[in-house]
Design a protein around this ligand. Structure first.
Ligand SMILES: Nc1nc2c(ncn2[C@@H]2O[C@H](COP(=O)(O)OP(=O)(O)O)[C@@H](O)[C@H]2O)c(=O)[nH]1
Ligand SMILES: [Mg+2]
Length: 361
């Protein structure tokens, strides 16, 4: 399965509105082989200007974008960490995502009740983040209980584990999320097994209204994000919902008329992508298609993500990069210049590579 981003936040902040815009925009994509899996899950194509340029240069029609999954995670309320309300379900859902988009309400609207009171996104962020940290503390304290005896008896592995657990708990008790907790590579595998929520990279999504409604609040969110070194985007869920109903051409015209280059949603998708440290590369043997990889993936593994046969029978990969294609204008010119390379199974695929796999069947 691909990479996923969970949309979280207090009730009535605009999560579902943003989610609907994301899945609506997806429904409008004609050449798109995947569909919505569940009502709260949407597989969204990643906007990719390079893909459009490659399609032109290689004369390929209907290129296929790579995709990322968004999940509308319902049910976060105060007390979720104690399993209140839909708490447990919520925590279960969020443990399965790779990154988190934390929606904060900045828009004012008397008809839409705020569950806590006045519009104050920074306070809201604190409420939600506290729940997430409590949930992690809960998991860690249970894990600690399980192994503390063994650790005290001198078991080396248990002691190491216990030590990491205690340091993470201390970190959380200082009110800091685990994204800012530094761990060694050795400890990383220990940490992974707990499915901790606040280790997930997070972006804040300041949801503003129309005109200048909420811009002041959004500025406060941006400030908070800067302090926490978190990513931050500003968008209007309502507006994005309207944009998502437009055709590609209408959307372009609309954005130009607004004086903006890309929609908030496109920014959100790209930000989720960059949070996960993903790269995009391309295959063009038959269809032109973009693929997502975790940075650092080697060619043989990458091939296996397309088809297991590609991995098993891997011989070599012919590789050139988008930048060379763009500057030279054609694959032919790239070959002439000797910039098409033959690489082996250990080659680390780079962002923008265009790869042709050769394999035995
Ligand atoms: N005015 C305005 N209302 C919004 C905006 N985003 C969401 N809403 C409204 O806020 C209410 C709650 O939105 P929803 O997406 O269901 O929130 P959720 O509970 O976080 O999923 C709905 O009535 C939306 O129409 C916005 O940007 N501006
Ligand atoms: Mg909702």
């Amino acid at each position: 399965m691909g990479f996923s981003c969970g949309i979280i936040g207090l009730p009535n902040v605009g999560k579902s509105t943003i989610f609907n815009a994301l899945s609506g925009a997806h429904a409008a994509m004609a050449n798109y082989p995947f569909c919505t899996i569940e009502p709260n899950k949407a597989v969204v194509p990643v906007p990719d200007e390079r893909l459009i340029q490659i399609a032109e240069l290689l004369k390929k029609h209907n290129p296929i974008q790579t995709r990322i999954e968004f999940i509308d995670v319902a049910g976060l309320v105060k007390g979720a960490a104690q399993g209140e309300g839909l708490g447990n379900k919520f925590l279960g859902n969020i443990r399965n995502v790779d990154a988190v988009a934390h929606v904060l309400r900045c828009f004012h609207h008397d008809d839409v009740v705020h569950v806590v009171g006045e519009i104050d996104p920074v306070r809201d962020a604190e409420i939600v983040n506290t729940e997430l940290m409590l949930a992690d503390l809960e998991v860690l304290s249970r894990a600690r209980e399980k192994i503390i005896k063994l650790a005290h008896s001198g078991d080396k592995a248990a002691r190491l584990k216990c030590d990491v657990i205690e340091r993470m708990m201390a970190h959380l008790n200082e009110g800091k999320m685990l994204t800012s907790f530094h761990i060694s590579e050795e400890e990383e595998s220990i940490v992974r097994e707990f499915g901790l929520i606040t280790t997930r990279p997070m972006m804040y999504c300041a949801n503003i209204g129309e005109g200048d409604d909420g811009t002041e609040e959004a500025a406060a969110v941006a400030e908070l994000a800067k302090k926490e070194k978190a990513a931050c985007i500003i968008l209007s869920g309502k507006l994005e919902e309207e944009i998502s109903e437009l055709s590609a051409d209408e959307k372009k015209d609309f954005l130009v008329s607004m004086g903006i280059e890309e929609s908030g949603l496109d920014k959100m998708i790209k930000t989720a992508y960059s949070l996960l440290d993903l790269i995009t590369y391309y295959t063009a043997a038959t269809e032109l298609q973009a693929w997502t990889l975790k940075r650092g993936t080697v060619a043989q593994k990458a091939a296996g993500k397309i088809h297991t046969d590609f991995e098993k029978g891997f011989i070599r990969a012919e590789v050139f990069n988008f930048t060379d294609l763009l500057s030279l204008g054609s694959e032919h010119a790239v070959r002439e210049k000797g910039l098409l390379r033959v690489e082996g199974r250990e080659y680390v695929i780079r962002d923008g590579d265009i790869v042709h796999y050769l394999f035995n069947v």
